[in-house]
Ligand binder design. Structure first.
Ligand code: HEC
Length: 166
């Protein structure tokens, strides 16, 4: 019984295959075949254009990023000699964390408030925030020194605004 059912199903399937083939659909490059080929072309075209567009936009973004970073994103203004000699090598002359389009070792400080900076510095000095570089630097500085650095860095955005006006 099973064999008979399987046999009949096989016949039906072969019959359908023969019917489709004789109609020239897809298999023989009939109308359906052309449509499928056209669709394939359009889809691959669409894909390549999208990729091109994206990489163009990415290139544009890269250019902008480089330009922004070159400008340090924040502009130039006066900083103390203490900041220049002790902090700028890693955090940038204006706290941008970037120099000549290259990211420096230290993060961006520009735009952070004096209190946040001060707390970070105290935490580094006490070891609550672990960073050997910062800790080593701050170990020789007093709490008042840290306050002065923090207040100066907190003032950077105001200084940048004023430098723009002049
Ligand atoms: C030798 C390089 C170097 C120098 C010099 C340096 N720093 Fe840093 N600084 C770092 C690094 C690296 C970090 C990141 C530490 C971390 O997140 O674990 C950091 C983090 C900080 C942070 C925390 C910022 C944040 O967003 O997390 C502050 C604030 C800071 N430094 C202030 C200063 C000050 C003020 C000076 C000058 C007295 C200074 N640094 C000098 C390398 C340096």
């Amino acid at each position: 019984m099973k064999n008979i059912i399987v046999g009949i199903l096989t016949l039906i399937i072969i019959g359908l295959m023969a019917f489709t083939a004789s109609n020239g659909h897809a298999y023989h490059g009939g109308e359906a075949g052309h449509i499928i080929a056209d669709m394939g072309d359009k889809m691959s075209n669409a894909k390549t254009t999208k990729i091109d567009e994206k990489s163009d936009r990415e290139k544009e973004d890269d250019k902008l990023t480089t330009l922004r970073e070159k400008a340090g994103n924040v502009g130039a203004f006066e900083v103390s000699n203490a900041y220049k000699s002790k902090c700028s090598s890693c955090h940038g002359v204006n706290g941008s964390g970037v120099q000549n389009g290259k990211k420096l070792m230290g993060p961006k400080l520009f735009g952070q408030s004096a209190d946040v900076i001060y707390k970070d510095l105290i935490d580094f000095k006490s070891g609550r925030k672990e960073n050997m570089i910062m800790k080593g630097l701050l170990i020789k500085l007093s709490q008042e020194d840290l306050r002065i650095f923090a207040d100066e860095i907190g003032e950077f955005p105001t200084r940048a605004e004023e430098a723009k006006k002049n």
